[in-house]
Design a protein around this ligand. Structure first.
Ligand code: PLP
Length: 570
């Protein structure tokens, strides 16, 4: 045998003996439920093995019990995240976790619970964590009748590694370290974590729910090196998929094999596996970049605000902020319709709020409330959403305006057009759409029109005393006339022709389609005509004219019945 193979073999033997010693005997001997589909790997088989319905409902077959495709997608995504921080020259494949290194669960919460159940004997064993930290470790320990030991973080939220290790005894099976830590936001020092992994006789779990917001690769590249290391990742934070409850544990194949045996046989539904795979493959990196930039902006602005004592440094998508009177700020925000997390009763976090970084307009609203503006209530908005196979549309409108608008449909030109509606009507709009843009923008444009129209309909019916009619003729080198009647009947006349097929990516036929859909979903009469040489300007003139007409019709000020200049008052 070659020397290196010998060392490898002896390490493997050590690992088996170690695992044998710390795993619960009943788990070691467990004969797991074997799913009918486990044993066959046939394509095009006739499945008479699992008592399913043979008739296709789209969901009549059990899902893949091992979430194999999901694990492959997770491996690629994690590898991409890790790669950013490793030296060029190292083959990135080296950092690609294999499916046998990955457990996929219903949120990382499932992994936390399973690890406790695999390693800890109820009524006897204990786990160790830091304080303050994520609450689920304690909850899972209590449910499983496992005692819980914690070491308080220092005032700078670092930890004393020697004191942590001193808390352990022969019944200490797991140390949970959350990095970046919730609710303090900081990364734990890497050398301290490694120091603990190398000395602790049990399993060290590093929970990396927020690692995508940190400038660090995290601990996944070390799972081959340390057989007692488990790293947790989740779809709930940076991947934007909290609703589907999918998370991962990464570790040595031996620990993962035990997790696979103890989990429910079909723990992740097919729907959720599919949604998670799609989100991993299509995730938009600019979202995480925006959140990081907003976090840093928010931290700097809060640092200058009166009433703020300290903004703790954050490597996550939230800020822990110490106020002179946290309760007062909490209530003030709540009154404005902004919910934050009061962490004041957590040890070491007195007078703090944990504030998640939101969209730019939400963060600006937060700042304006904290800085004393009597901001309008968020609850005064009209909120509607619509989910179809092709699109997911979320619309909030603030009829009285006075807020920033934020429009994100994935179609740049369409965003620009919708912004014209907001600017010229005085209605603030928060539109967040994602759709099947790979095909074309048709569904996205249509569904935004449906939802926005429905929101307008509600706004109109809630309104008392308004002009009802709007007529506008703005002039530029293009001009558009829009006649609008909010009387509750949908009727649509379109007298516009475009010279080309498209403006940029935007098909010109979608101008008509947007307004005819809007007319029928808002129940308004719209007569639109336009002239001009440039399709872009003509389209934009229509959006502006519509917005102006809407402003006139919604107002009860008859003086608005005049022709406004798109360049403002002259
Ligand atoms: C949010 C969070 C998670 C995510 O748990 P899921 O069950 O995957 O949603 C895990 N760990 C920490 C520290 C968290 O804050």
């Amino acid at each position: 045998m070659k020397e290196t193979t010998k060392i490898k073999k002896s390490n493997e033997l050590k690992e088996i003996i170690w695992l044998d010693n710390i795993i619960r005997p009943n788990i070691k001997e467990l004969k797991p439920y074997s799913t009918a589909r486990d044993e066959s790997d046939l394509k095009c088989a006739v499945y008479l093995d699992a008592n399913e319905s043979p008739y296709n409902s789209g969901y009549n077959r059990y899902p893949d019990p091992h979430s194999k495709e999901l694990k492959r997608a997770a491996a690629v995504s994690i590898c991409k995240q890790v790669q950013i921080f490793i030296d060029s020259g190292v083959n990135p494949e080296h950092f690609m976790p294999k499916p046998e290194n990955i457990f996929a669960g219903n949120g990382s919460d499932e992994a936390i619970d399973l690890l406790i159940r695999i390693f800890c004997i109820p009524g006897r064993d204990n786990i160790i964590t830091l304080s303050p930290t994520y609450g689920m470790y304690k909850v899972c320990a209590s449910i499983n009748d496992i005692s819980y030991r914690e070491l308080s973080l220092e005032t700078d939220f670092s930890f004393d590694r020697e004191r942590l290790l001193k808390l352990s005894d022969k019944n200490s099976k797991i140390i949970f370290l959350c990095s970046p830590n919730n609710p303090t936001g900081n990364l734990l020092k890497k050398e301290d974590v490694i120091w603990v992994i190398e000395r602790f006789g049990g399993v060290v779990v590093v929970d990396e729910a927020y690692i995508d917001f940190a400038s660090d690769a995290g601990f996944v590249p070390m799972i081959d090196q340390y057989p007692n290391l488990v790293v947790l990742r989740t779809m709930s934070k940076a991947k934007g998929m909290a609703a589907i409850r999918v998370g991962f544990a990464l570790s040595s194949p031996k620990i993962i094999a035990f997790m696979e045996r103890v989990k429910y046989p079909y723990n992740i539904s097919r729907v959720n596996q599919e949604l998670a795979i799609r989100a991993l493959k299509e995730s938009d990196p600019t979202i995480v970049e925006t959140i990081i930039a907003e976090r840093d902006m928010l931290a700097a602005s809060l640092g200058r605000s009166t009433g703020v004592e300290r903004v703790y440094p954050s490597n996550s998508n939230f800020l822990l902020v110490k106020f002179t009177d946290a309760k007062k700020i909490y209530n003030k925000l709540l009154n404005a319709g902004i919910v934050t997390r009061d962490r004041s009763d957590v040890a070491g976090c007195s007078q703090t709020l944990r504030i998640t970084v939101g969209k730019p307009l939400e963060n600006r609203a937060l700042l304006s409330v904290i800085n004393g503006d009597s901001a309008k209530k968020f609850s005064d908005c009209i909120e509607l959403s619509r989910v179809t196979k092709e699109t997911k549309i979320q619309v909030r409108i603030y009829p009285d305006g006075g807020r920033d608008s934020e429009i994100r449909t994935g179609v740049g030109f369409f965003d620009h057009m919708l912004e014209q509606i907001s600017v010229h009507s005085g209605i603030s709009m928060d539109i967040d759409a994602c759709g099947d843009l790979k095909v074309d923008p048709h569904h996205t444009v249509e569904d935004v029109a449906i939802v926005l129209g429905e929101a307008f309909k509600r706004m109109i019916s809630a309104k008392k005393g308004y002009n009802r009619y709007g007529f506008v003729l703005p002039m530029d080198e293009s001009r558009a006339e829009v006649l609008l009647d909010l009387g509750g009947r949908a009727s649509f006349i379109w007298d516009v022709s475009f010279k080309g097929e498209r403006v940029g990516e935007f098909p010109c036929e979608m101008f008509r389609h947007f307004f005819s859909t809007l007319s029928s979903s808002a129940l308004v009469t719209l007569h639109i005509s336009a002239q001009g040489d440039n399709d872009h300007h003509k389209g934009e003139a229509i959006f502006k004219a519509f917005a102006r007409a809407l402003r006139v019709a919604l107002s009860n000020d008859v003086n608005l019945y005049q022709t406004p200049s798109s360049k403002g008052v002259i």
